[in-house]
Design a protein around this ligand. Structure first.
Ligand SMILES: *Cc1c(COP(=O)(O)O)cnc(C)c1O
Length: 374
């Protein structure tokens, strides 16, 4: 008996093999020019990104985490400001608040989508109990801001969008980043457009915010010889920008491919006991960054899939209000749905380089295991 080929959670090796020539060709001019920091590829990538997202300004930085921290810093929230953030998200969505000496207010999730519960956001706005809101477009679909956006605006509450997972997604046909003042993007290797290392960007339509982020990413320098404020050194390297430009060119094709894979998963897992896929809101185009199921007996399924060579992950095992980092703010409103989600969500392997056969193997293995568990 032969053991089936492993299906890892990510296959960047396949992606490289497929686009090897384009990657190599993009890198050579950087090496040859010697302009390795803030060279022409950075500006070119910023322009391409702004165009892709229909934004006026894009500022490339070192990571999505940098993008979150600098976005909040550019807004200049006074120390102690209260900032709403989902309990079910990656740590960087909320640690940016602490870096800015502000106070996180954790928001519970909707069990159907995993996104922040709209009713809680509207309530926080109505009671003016936060000064800013971080929305996280979790797993690759946009938070519904149809009502939250105007309500926040009327109340003078600023919205920051964490779009680390959502490039390519749209709501009512509009790309991410239009509902908030400023938006953070990540090019972590796990994300749909991933650097060969770390990368991130801030997008905004506000020229002043963009200028502030530009200053902050390099020592508060205004580009004219003056250092205006304490800043950082979190530039995107020219090499990464050149490589990311190649990947940005593949964004639509890759998303189309992920959509096909999601349809294969859906087809086989639609009516299986003990499992449901997290819902996509009507009006949303999901970028299928993550394919997330709610599984009644998750750990048993994970073990069964691992036995078939299929690697899965959990996003996220511990909701943020339960993390030691946020212990001091954990008493803010309870987040029972985020706790339940953390115990039941499961992410299947999802990348354009999966073959149809592999996608079917994953789905059928999950179905068989779930039927046995039922
Ligand atoms: C990945 C991620 C970040 C951080 O991006 P990095 O590039 O890894 O620093 C922030 N928020 C969310 C929701 C993420 O998924």
């Amino acid at each position: 008996m032969t053991t089936p080929e492993q299906i890892p959670f990510l296959r960047l090796d396949r992606q490289f093999a497929e686009h090897r020539d384009a990657f190599m060709a993009a890198m050579l001019p950087v090496f040859e020019s010697g302009a390795v920091l803030q060279g022409p590829p950075v500006a070119a990538f910023e322009n391409a990104l702004a165009k892709t997202l229909s934004a006026n300004h894009a500022v490339a930085v070192g990571s999505g985490t940098d993008a979150m921290i600098l976005s909040l810093m550019a807004l200049g929230l006074p120390e102690g400001s209260r900032v709403a953030v989902p309990a079910l998200t990656f740590v960087a969505s909320a640690s940016a608040i602490l870096h800015n000496r502000c106070v996180p207010v954790f928001v519970d999730c909707d069990p159907h989508t995993g996104l922040a519960r709209e009713g809680i956001l509207l309530d926080l706005i109505a009671r003016r109990s936060v000064d800013a809101i971080i929305v996280v477009h979790l797993y690759g679909q946009l938070q519904d801001l149809d009502a939250v956006g105007p309500a926040a605006k009327a109340a003078g509450i600023v919205i920051v969008e964490d779009a680390a997972q959502a490039i390519g997604a749209t709501r009512h046909g509009v790309p991410v980043g239009r509902a908030g003042a400023i938006t953070a993007i990540s090019f972590d290797p796990m994300k749909v457009i991933g650097a060969f290392g770390s990368g991130g960007a801030v997008i905004t339509n506000d020229a002043e915010l963009a200028a502030r982020v530009r200053q902050l990413r390099y020592h508060g320098h205004d580009g004219k010889g003056n250092y205006l404020r304490p800043g950082f050194n979190c530039q995107m390297h020219s090499l990464q920008a050149a490589l990311l430009a190649v990947k940005l060119g593949q964004m639509q094709a890759w998303q189309t491919r992920r959509t096909v894979i999601a349809a294969i998963f859906d087809e086989h897992l639609r009516q299986v006991p003990g499992a449901r896929r997290l819902a996509t809101l009507s009006g949303n185009i999901h970028n299928h960054h993550k394919y997330v199921l709610w599984i009644d007996r998750r750990e048993e399924l994970r073990t069964a899939l691992a036995g078939k060579g299929i690697q899965t992950k959990v996003h996220y095992e511990v909701p943020l209000h339960r993390q030691p980092l946020f212990a001091a703010w954990a008493a803010s409103p309870a987040c029972p749905e985020a706790e339940a989600a953390a115990a039941h969500v499961l992410s299947l392997p999802m990348y354009p380089e999966l073959t149809d056969d592999e996608a079917r193997r994953i789905a059928l293995a999950a179905r068989t295991a779930l039927e046995t568990l039922a």
